[in-house]
Design a protein around this ligand. Structure first.
Ligand code: J2J
Length: 538
């Protein structure tokens, strides 16, 4: 079984007694819907409509074949698929077989996928031929160095032996049984936005994740009539569980897949499929608002737009109900656990001015000041949390865990928040060394390490700079040994294979890195330099 840091026994018992952890595996919702309403549509993907019966059958067929191929409960899988129905079929199949996936984002490339494979040593790789790394078999073979007997299946493959679609097709073999899953074991790895050199993995258990999904579905008012537009990366925690596709499956509704949040194709999908809700990041909302100001006639069915993942300006929030013609819900969540929502019946002012309150009455939220003491409401401090769906440790990262948790198991989120008198949170800043580029998180250290591999780079520091559209973009400050150009560094990073959103938006060469009194890079100074320039430019 995949190891993880468990909750202390007493807390685990309490979460069970309170009915939070109910011992159900994550595929339970699909199995139940397939029994009760097999013809209800679970997923719309292009011209395909996949009903619950089909989602159940396809996932059982794949699970059975994986078992027959020798995969066992507790084995791990590296999965990288675009926004296609097969993503949910695979996820459900792996839950049924007790196989523990890590769902990489489709934008991830060589550096990220290698780091994941190195950590989990997957017995199974599921990837897409349309991804540049998997057009031929070279990279899949390279990944074998971490896991020599890795089985590989490709989405979009013609050769039936390795074709994912082929493994999903056909009847479920007689006698197939879903593996009796241990619900307090790890169901899958979620990805951390991170702030360190290597991407950190978050083990999520069936019990804890299922609780957050059930409650999220209730808070967001999901029903079998819900038609949920998933126009951002399907594996992201927000799109999976807040309430995400798994929340929709729990309620028996329909997930409508889009490749990205571009307004034109999304508005078309909303009109065609009478979409009732969508989950967006702030930068996408800006695009939707612009488009809807010209013409919002496609949005008549839309009842709820969720906005989360990055800081959302109050002035923009105020435009949402009028322009998109629906209710706004702010969501402040994290793959590590804690998720906050404004409630659907909250007064408008609260929805415009806060990022919501926690899912659970047993989310223990602390706002901590510089002296380590809890702060009164209204004062900004570090957000720390523990609770029934907040993890207790990153996978195999004892040193990082020692820094991220206190002795009582509170996780330090790296966010700066203030709490209102009625328990709602406002996100006002961040201490973690991360850039939030329109909801996509970049760990500064990861890129700094890659930049420093260039022989001409003496020192590198990545900081956020404000951006009207994305909220933040990244700027790399470089102290160079030799004469190099920004384009050389860009080529260097591309050659190492990182997701494109992590490439610095700007590169600034400086003579010397400003340092703090203890000799660390002074990022406050670097940010100030950027701000002064902004003023000079304006
Ligand atoms: C400001 N910052 C926010 C918000 C997240 C639901 C929604 C989002 C995520 C997510 C998620 C923010 N305002 N409304 O997992 O289930 C920043 C914070 C936070 C970090 C987490 C979900 N909503 N953030 O964004 O793991 O800094 O999860 O700690 O990608 O995003 O990032 P991530």
């Amino acid at each position: 079984m995949v190891e993880f840091t468990p909750w202390p026994e007493a807390l685990a018992d309490r979460y069970r007694e309170l009915g939070y952890w109910i011992g159900r595996p994550l595929h339970h919702a699909v199995t139940r819907q397939a029994q009760e309403r097999p013809k209800a549509i679970a997923v719309i993907c292009g011209d395909r409509r996949i009903d619950y019966g089909e989602l159940h059958r396809a996932s059982s067929a794949l699970a059975a074949r994986l078992q027959a191929a020798g995969l066992r409960p507790g084995d791990t899988a590296l999965v990288q698929l675009p926004n296609v129905a097969e993503f949910y079929m695979v996820f459900t199949a792996l839950m049924k077989a007790g196989i523990v996936p890590l769902n990489a984002l489709f934008t991830h490339r060589r550096t990220e996928l290698s780091a994941y494979a190195e950590q989990i040593r997957p017995r199974l790789l599921i990837a897409a031929r349309e991804h540049e790394l998997f057009r031929d078999d070279r990279f899949a073979k390279e990944l074998r160095r971490f896991s020599p007997d890795m089985l590989t299946l490709f989405h979009g493959e013609l050769d039936t032996g390795h074709s994912l679609q082929h493994w999903l097709a056909g009847p479920v073999p007689q006698g197939f049984d879903e593996t009796p899953t241990c619900p307090d074991s790890v169901a899958f790895f979620q990805l951390s936005g991170g702030s360190t050199g290597t991407p950190k993995l978050i083990p999520r258990t069936h019990d804890d994740y299922d609780y957050s999904i059930r409650e999220s579905a209730a808070i967001c008012g999901l029903t079998p009539e819900t038609r949920y537009l998933c126009a951002m990366p399907a594996p992201h925690n927000y799109l999976m569980s807040s309430p995400g596709a798994l929340g929709v499956f729990h309620a028996g509704g329909t997930v409508v897949l889009a490749a990205n949040p571009d307004p034109a194709p999304c508005f078309d999908l909303i009109r065609r499929h009478r979409v009732t809700m969508a989950a967006l990041v702030p930068s996408a909302v800006l695009l939707w608002l612009e488009a809807a100001e010209r013409d919002n006639s496609a949005l008549a069915s839309l009842q709820l737009v969720q906005v989360g993942g990055a800081s959302f300006a109050e002035a923009t929030a105020r435009r949402v109900p009028g322009t998109l013609g629906c209710t706004l819900q702010q969501v402040f969540g994290m793959a590590e656990g804690l998720v906050n929502y404004t409630r659907l019946d909250d007064p408008a002012e609260r929805i415009f001015t806060t990022q919501g309150r926690p899912i659970s009455p047993d989310d223990e939220v602390r706002v901590i000041g510089p002296d380590g003491h809890d702060l009164p409401d209204g004062k900004a401090g570090l957000l720390a949390v523990r609770g029934p769906y907040t993890f207790r440790g990153y996978y195999r990262s004892p040193e990082h865990n020692a820094r991220s948790f206190d002795a009582d198991g509170f996780y330090f989120t790296g966010d700066i928040v203030e709490r209102t008198a009625d328990g709602y949170l406002r996100v006002v800043g961040r201490v973690k060394d991360q850039i939030n580029r329109g909801g996509e998180k970049i760990a500064a250290e990861e890129i700094e390490h890659l930049l420093q591999r260039h022989p001409a780079v003496h020192a590198a520091a990545l900081v956020a700079m404000g951006d009207a559209r994305l909220g933040e973009r990244s700027c790399a400050f470089i102290v160079a040994r030799d004469n190099i150009k920004a384009a050389d560094l860009r080529r260097h990073l591309i050659a190492q294979g990182i997701a494109e959103y992590k490439l610095p938006d700007r590169v600034r060469f400086i003579e010397q890195m400003p340092l703090t009194p203890v000799g660390k890079t002074d990022k406050v100074r670097l940010r100030e330099m950027l701000m002064r320039e902004d003023i000079a430019c304006a």
